[in-house]
Design a protein around this ligand. Structure first.
Ligand code: ADP
Ligand code: MG
Length: 265
C-alpha cells in the first residue's frame, strides 16, 4: 500500500465580501507515494503546489477529494486531538522559509524540544539531550556550535538543517518539503539536498519534494509530477519526463534548465 494516496483533490478558494471570487487552485489532482520514495512536485509559482502541501499536512481543508495516509482518510478518520498528534508524527513538514519557523526571542534549541514534546519525551532527561545531539550530528551540525544560539546567529542553511534535524528526532514516515532550498544560498543547497537523500536511504522516509526547479527534481526524484495551473499535467520517472515530455509546459521547464545541470546529455 502506498504511504500517501491523493485522490481527485480539488481546492477552490473563495474571497470577496460583496463580489465573490473563486480561484480553483488545485483541480482533480491524483498521485501516490510509496515507502522510501522521493516524489517531486514541479511547477511555476501559483500552480497550486503549496495548496496541495497544506491539504496533505491537514492545515487546509479540501473542497473535494481524498487524502489517504496508510490507507486512512486524513479528513474523515482523524477526529481527536490525540489522533491529530499521531498524524503530526507520521507526516512532518519542512518549509521554504527556515527563518519564519523560529521565534527570535528563544534559542534555536526550542524547535528541537518542541519535537521531543510531540514524542512525549521529557526534554530535561539525559536521553533527550543525547537524542538532540545525535539529530544535530546527523544533519552535519556541531551541537556545541548550535545549542543556545539565537536565530540571528545562524545562517539560512544552518536553520534549514536544524528543521531537518527535527525529522531525525521525529522519524516521520512522510516529509512534505515545500521548496526547502529555494531560500538557501546556492553553495549550501547541495548539502541540504543530500540530507533528504540520507533520510530516504537510512530511514526509508518518503518525501514529497516541492520545487520550481526541474534540474533539481531530475537529480533527486524517483518520480516527477508536473503541475500546471492547478492540475498534474504529466507524471513519470525523471528519465521518462526528460527524454519524452508530452506537455508543452514540461518542454518549457526542461528548456529552462541551465546546460551545466543537464546531466542526462
Ligand atoms: P504555488 O505554491 O505553486 O506557488 P499556491 O498553492 O500558493 O501555488 O497558489 C495557487 C493559487 O491559489 C494561486 O493563484 C494563489 O494566488 C491562490 N491562493 C493561494 N492561497 C490562497 C488563499 N488563501 N486565498 C485565495 N487564493 C489563494
Ligand atoms: Mg508555494
Amino acid at each position: 500500500m502506498p504511504i500517501l494516496m491523493v485522490k481527485n483533490l480539488t481546492k477552490i478558494y473563495e474571497s470577496g465580501m460583496i463580489i465573490r471570487r473563486y480561484i480553483e487552485a488545485v483541480r482533480n489532482v491524483s498521485f501516490s507515494i510509496e515507502e522510501g520514495e522521493i516524489v517531486s512536485l514541479v511547477g511555476e509559482s501559483g500552480s497550486g503546489k503549496t495548496t496541495t502541501a497544506n491539504i496533505i499536512l491537514r492545515f487546509l481543508k479540501p473542497t473535494s477529494g481524498e487524502i489517504l495516509v496508510d490507507g486512512k482518510d486524513i479528513w474523515r478518520d482523524i477526529k481527536t486531538f490525540e489522533e491529530l498528534r499521531e498524524y503530526r508524527k507520521r507526516v512532518h513538514a519542512v518549509f521554504q522559509d527556515p527563518f519564519s519557523s523560529y521565534n527570535s526571542f528563544y534559542p534555536v534549541d526550542r524547535v528541537l524540544y518542541q519535537a521531543l514534546e510531540l514524542l512525549d519525551k521529557n526534554p530535561k532527561s539525559p536521553e533527550s539531550k543525547s537524542l538532540i545531539e545525535e539529530a544535530l550530528i546527523s544533519v552535519g551540525l556541531e551541537p556545541k556550535h548550535i545549542l543556545g544560539k539565537y536565530p540571528h546567529q545562524l545562517s539560512g542553511g544552518e536553520k534549514q538543517r536544524l528543521m531537518i534535524a527535527r525529522c531525525w528526532l521525529i522519524k516521520p514516515k512522510l516529509i512534505i518539503a515545500d521548496e526547502p532550498v529555494s531560500m538557501i544560498d546556492a553553495s549550501t543547497r547541495g548539502g541540504i539536498i543530500e540530507l533528504f537523500e540520507k533520510l530516504k536511504e537510512e530511514e526509508k522516509t518518503s518525501i514529497l519534494f516541492i520545487t520550481h526547479d526541474m534540474g533539481l527534481a531530475y537529480y533527486i526524484s524517483d518520480k516527477i509530477l508536473i503541475m500546471y495551473l492547478g492540475e498534474i499535467v504529466e507524471q513519470g520517472s525523471p528519465e521518462e519526463i526528460i527524454s519524452n515530455p508530452k506537455h508543452e509546459y514540461t518542454k518549457n521547464l526542461i528548456e529552462s534548465i541551465p546546460t551545466l545541470y543537464r546531466r542526462w546529455e
